[in-house]
Design a protein around this ligand. Structure first.
Ligand code: AMP
Length: 471
């Protein structure tokens, strides 16, 4: 059984740039929000594959001497988030191996839901695993494939996977990327010109990476598509039959950066829409609209626009909270939240406040924030959440706790209101969420709000047990 999910990651791939490792580094830097536990880059100089990965933040891991050693025109990179106990370097990505298909490396965003079965089966056939991650399974499936070409072997492997995966793959002379047939997790394609008019291709979870490195967004990798870039140029191939799309709506609600295009759509636009629709569905008799930064900002702007209530940054976030800080020995109440957020008393004193956030998960942080706003002098606090109640865990790559820990799975809105100590709580409806992302064609996954999973989860008991184990 896996004790590790590959949650909330960012991936990047660069083909055809003399400073491929630096571009991968910058891309990961811009996608740091997708994972802060570990990061890694693999490059190929045509003969050798070089790897560096470590625990920690991108900017700390990749010093100039590290990047200098990562030579070659091809690179893939990964940044990983985890809250699990086994936060070990062994599970950091990319994974690189030398196998019968050559020297290869892989990085993955998503969660392969049948990895347990695949791993057991591979184990019976003699495969030896280095880590507890589901990503390594893909390399073993590839190595076991009877297909001669790399692309053929990878196709073989991908067709055996279930669940969510946006994969980037590096070989000595080529980059291959792929998305699962439902397209749960994003993966965008961009290009940039290198000196001499040659083209460099880039792939990233979010287009904010393209903005930083000066690449132009072309299109997404389609669900069920594999894109190969090698000396012969770029080819696109559908490796799996068309299936119903199930793009993760939570990318638009919370996860992605608002300056990114995700699934070809501006995240900022979705979030402002969420806020506008929330103001219509859950109005409040109040004096100002305050976002919980940063996740609630765009929705709060939409809420303020629609309601006509003024928008104020009345909670200030310290962006420089590091991993280590010195806590006073005398316990300070709600220290963790205070470290990150501080209220602006001047704005809140005597006011009726609409507090906008993207989601209530367990409700514990939300309660601390409500208390904080009240202690700063607010007369009333009306919590508004820019999505429906989160009632079901995600098995497709977002880190949500088990169902029993999700406050909305076993409490109604009034009970949640009492728990978070707010004057009122309002959630957006699923219909409005759909509208906010313009999902006319039913192309998004809403499983965390509905409990309807778009794929069959054969080993759901094990998936749940793995979730429980990691907490
Ligand atoms: P809670 O107190 O558990 O209700 O936490 C709510 C806060 O967690 C909100 O401010 C959200 O922005 C944030 N949040 C929601 N989903 C996630 C997630 N998957 N990973 C990390 N933070 C999240």
């Amino acid at each position: 059984m896996f004790d590790k999910f590959h949650d909330e990651c960012g991936v990047v791939a660069i083909y055809g740039h003399p400073e491929a490792s630096k571009l991968a580094y910058l891309s990961l830097y811009s996608m740091q929000h997708r994972g802060q536990e570990s990061a890694g880059i693999c490059t190929s100089d045509g003969k050798h594959v070089h790897t560096h990965k470590s625990m920690g933040h991108v900017a700390d891991i990749f010093t100039s001497s590290v990047l200098k050693a990562l030579t070659g025109n091809l690179a893939i990179g990964h940044t990983r988030y985890s809250t699990a106990g086994d936060t070990v370097l062994l599970n950091a990505q990319p994974f690189s191996v030398a196998c019968n298909k050559g020297k290869v490396a892989i990085a993955h965003n998503g969660n392969i839901t049948n990895a347990t079965e695949l791993r057991a089966d591979l184990g019976r056939r003699g495969a030896i695993f280095q880590a507890s991650s589901d990503t390594e399974v893909v390399l073993h499936l590839m190595a076991h494939s009877s297909e001669r070409t790399l692309a053929g072997a990878l196709r073989d492997a991908l067709l055996q996977l279930e669940g969510a995966f946006s994969l980037v793959f590096l070989a000595e002379d080529r980059i291959i990327v792929a998305r699962d047939p439902h397209g749960f997790r994003p993966l965008a394609v961009g290009e940039m010109e290198v000196s001499g008019g040659r083209k460099c291709y880039v792939f990233a979870s979010e287009t904010c990476a393209f903005d930083l490195i000066g690449a132009v967004y072309l299109h997404d990798v389609d669900p069920g598509e594999m894109v190969i870039v090698g000396p012969e140029g770029m080819t696109r191939e559908r490796y799996a039959p068309v299936q119903a799309r199930a793009q993760c709506v939570f990318e638009h609600v919370y996860f992605a950066r608002p300056d990114s295009l995700v699934f070809g759509r501006a995240v900022e636009e979705s979030r402002e829409n969420l806020g506008r629709l929330l103001a219509r569905e859950c109005p409040a008799d109040a004096d100002l609209v305050v976002p919980v930064p940063d996740s609630g900002v765009a929705a709060a702007i939409g809420y303020s626009d629609e309601s006509g209530l003024p928008f104020r940054h009345a909670l200030i976030r310290n962006h420089y909270v590091g991993r280590t800080f010195i806590e006073p020995s005398q316990a300070i109440r709600d220290f963790g939240v205070k470290l990150k957020l501080n209220p602006v008393r001047y704005l809140l004193q005597g006011k009726r406040v609409v507090l906008v956030d993207d989601s209530i998960v367990r409700g514990t942080t939300s309660r601390k924030i409500v208390r904080m706003v009240r202690q700063a002098g607010a007369r009333e606090v009306h919590v508004r959440i820019s999505c429906p109640p989160t009632i079901s865990p995600c098995f497709y790559g977002v880190d949500t706790p088990t169902r029993s820990e999700l406050i909305a799975s076993n409490h109604n809105v009034e009970e949640i209101r009492r728990f978070v100590e707010a004057d009122s709580v309002g959630y957006l409806s699923i219909g409005s969420l759909r509208k906010a992302v313009a999902d006319e064609n039913h192309e998004y996954c809403y499983a965390c709000y509905t409990g309807d999973y778009p794929t069959e989860l054969v080993n759901i008991e094990e998936l749940i047990a793995a979730r429980q184990k990691r907490k």
